[in-house]
Ligand binder design. Structure first.
Ligand SMILES: [Zn+2]
Length: 272
């Protein structure tokens, strides 16, 4: 680079040294871009990249263009810190610069976004296949999360405010919140039978609708959702007494549900 032809003589000086005596390398980057690059190379504290997505884009582009490995390392660290704030942007940048581990991690982080929010101004960096892989992964996670409500073999906790045991529903007169038939019946591997309430099933149905679009444990822990269901349930005097005695019954169920969702999500592979 330093053997490139030099520009015409100049009378300008830098620190009393005539500019014409200094080698000049023309580059297309602006002052800020060069600041980031040179601060990384210079033996002082490296620039902080995580505060700005635009700096991060710039750093990745220059790291690759000028083959500055230390700048690429800094950019990768900054991308990790952005995972949960801008997962789609991180996915696009990681895909563009072949940071394979981050591609998968950022795809996983997008599960907390609604399907309609899988968008970023950085998507232009990736091709249709990479973009489609992210959408399809999100959808497969949604399908897998909904399947959890078909097979309840994972469920081990049955709060008494929500579920009747087989013996109870045979002997006790129901408040009407438990269906007379075997709808909502759950049989455990240990041979126990439980029957949920209509309002519990409404929580499951509303959770499924949320999980289809946002396949993560947080979706079923939504406070507004839980409050809506419990308000409905309290309309029944019998259920109200049970809920007042165990106000966290639905929340406790939701926590176990969310944990199962996250466990199942870990088994859904991201495939490019
Ligand atoms: Zn009831």
């Amino acid at each position: 680079m330093f053997s490139l032809p030099q520009s015409a003589a100049s009378t300008e000086t830098v620190n009393q040294t005539p500019l014409r005596d200094m080698p000049i390398i023309p580059v297309e980057e602006d002052r800020h871009a060069l600041y980031l690059l040179l601060r990384t190379c210079y033996p002082v504290r490296a620039p902080k990249l995580s505060a700005s997505m635009s700096d991060l884009r710039l750093a990745l582009r220059m790291a690759r263009k000028y083959d500055v490995d230390v700048l690429l390392g800094l950019a990768e660290e900054a991308l990790v810190s952005m995972l949960h704030f801008h997962p789609v942007s991180v996915y696009a940048l990681a895909s563009c610069y072949q940071l394979d581990d981050l591609v998968t991690r950022s795809a996983i982080a997008t599960r907390k976004l609604h399907l309609r929010d899988l968008h970023s101004e950085d998507l232009y960096l990736i091709d249709g296949k990479q973009c489609n892989a992210l959408v399809q992964y999100h959808r497969r996670c949604g399908d897998a999360a909904c399947q959890i409500t078909v097979d309840w073999s994972w469920l081990t906790t049955f709060p008494s405010a929500i579920f009747l045991t087989g013996g109870e529903w045979a002997l006790l007169s129901s408040c009407g919140c438990h269906p007379a038939d075997n709808t909502y019946r759950i049989s455990t591997s240990g041979g126990m039978n439980y029957k949920g309430t209509h309002w519990w099933r409404r929580y499951i149905d509303m959770s499924k609708a949320a999980l289809e679009m946002r396949p993560c444990g947080e979706a079923v822990l939504d406070e507004a959702l839980l409050s809506t269901i419990l308000a409905d349930a309290r309309a029944c005097r019998t259920c109200k007494v049970k809920i007042d005695a165990s106000p966290d019954c639905l929340k406790n169920f939701a926590v176990a549900f969310a944990a199962e969702i996250e466990r199942v999500m870990e088994q859904v592979p991201f495939v490019l």
